[in-house]
Design a protein around this ligand. Structure first.
Ligand SMILES: Cc1ncc(COP(=O)(O)O)c(C=O)c1O
Length: 366
């Protein structure tokens, strides 16, 4: 049986490796592995989320709510927007991107992604017959190449994906740049991915009140510590949100995810502490990596750091393998379009794990 042509021609998405996979492949103990590959919260979820899940567990024979009003209101309060400007996704922010595509993409439409950026936009949108057009991040200046966006726009452009802070460079896009792009392209949806905004302490959510062609993507997988529960949300004008609700999976958020999300948003101390510790780890790692010969880290406003490794004489894959043998998972960025084979990305960890990672990194490079 042959699949649809689009599916037949697609490659699978390459996610970061899990601790279980590495433990099995390299004969290591799972608890000895340091995971720096997927930009998660290394301190774990809010204790209040754990408690809420325990209390809810005996109700999982019942379908979850479909409207999620209480959580919508909680997210609206956290984000300082109206309830009508919020949509929730049950396979994380990735579901939000999928619903965006289902709502707005017709086969043959174009979307713009400046490379390197999060590769999942392309992976999902292509499934709906959309065509990627690449703009670029200027890696020398470490900023978005705005001219390349303008040059990529055509009358077929339906969406522009702008990730801020950008994964994998960790760079912010200036709000004025976003405002200009949105105001000059009223028929194009400008999708601003703020998966990591808490670590930058900058948000562009106010732009949804100024423009009805701006969509903000957010997730609970990063600072909020719920990557395994798969909860994302989007912010936009009420008209966009209403369209998306028409086709969103009805029960995509499980009961356990729902209560975990509510309790996490209400645990302000946990959120504040996670941001603080994350920034502290990021700055520690950046300082230490800057001192190691051959490594070129990018300053980051996120919970990860992109590092050029060309001057070490190793490719990213070689370095990733050497580190993996010693129980360290990093992201080999070779599969990121727009980067060559000499880039790795590491995420924040506990200070103790950061120190062990730096020691092992020095050992591997010496
Ligand atoms: C920029 C960006 N957007 C979206 C996502 C998807 O997040 P989620 O886990 O909520 O699907 C990620 C995940 O790494 C990401 O890096």
């Amino acid at each position: 049986m042959k699949a649809r042509k689009i599916v037949d021609e697609m490659d699978s998405y390459v996610p970061g490796k899990s601790q279980d996979e590495i433990a099995k492949d390299f004969n290591l103990k799972k608890e000895d592995i340091i995971k720096l590959g997927s930009n998660e919260n290394p301190w774990g979820p809010s204790p209040k989320a754990i408690e809420a899940i325990k209390n809810e567990i005996s109700s999982i024979n019942r379908y979850p709510e479909s409207q999620l009003h209480e959580l919508v209101s909680e997210i609206a309060e956290y984000s300082d927007v109206n309830d009508s400007q919020v949509i929730i996704g049950g396979d994380g922010a990735d579901e939000i991107i999928d619903v965006l595509a289902k709502t707005f993409i017709d086969a043959g439409d174009e979307f713009i992604v400046p490379l390197p950026s999060y590769m999942y936009y392309e992976y999902l949108l292509k499934q709906y017959g959309a065509v990627p057009v690449y703009a670029k991040w200027d890696l020398e200046k470490n900023e978005l190449d705005v001219d390349s966006i303008n040059q990529a726009i055509s009358d077929k452009t339906k969406m522009i994906f702008l990730c801020s802070p950008n994964n994998p460079t960790g760079t912010l896009i200036d709000k004025e740049v976003l405002r200009d792009i949105a105001s000059q392209n009223k028929d194009i949806l400008i999708v601003i991915d703020e998966a990591y905004f808490e670590y930058s302490e900058v948000t562009n959510k106010d732009l949804i009140n100024e423009f009805d062609n701006i969509f903000i993507i957010r997730t609970m997988s990063k600072v909020l510590g719920l990557a395994g529960m798969r909860i994302g949300y989007g912010l936009a004008c009420a008209e966009i949100i209403e369209y998306m609700h028409r086709i969103k999976p009805v029960f995509s958020l499980t009961r356990l995810s729902f209560v975990a999300a509510l309790s996490t948003f209400r645990d302000k101390d946990f959120i504040e502490e996670s941001i603080e510790k994350g920034i502290e780890s990021r700055e520690y790692l950046y300082d230490e990596i800057s001192k190691i010969d051959g490594l070129n880290p990018f300053p980051s406003k996120s919970n990860f750091i992109l590092i050029g490794v060309k001057d070490t004489g190793f490719t990213a894959s070689e370095l990733a393998l050497k580190l993996m043998e010693k129980g360290i998972i990093i992201r080999d960025c070779t599969s990121f379009k727009g980067l060559d084979e000499y880039w790795i990305r590491i995420s924040i960890c506990t200070l103790e794990e950061d120190k062990r990672f730096i020691e092992i990194l020095k050992e591997v490079l010496s």
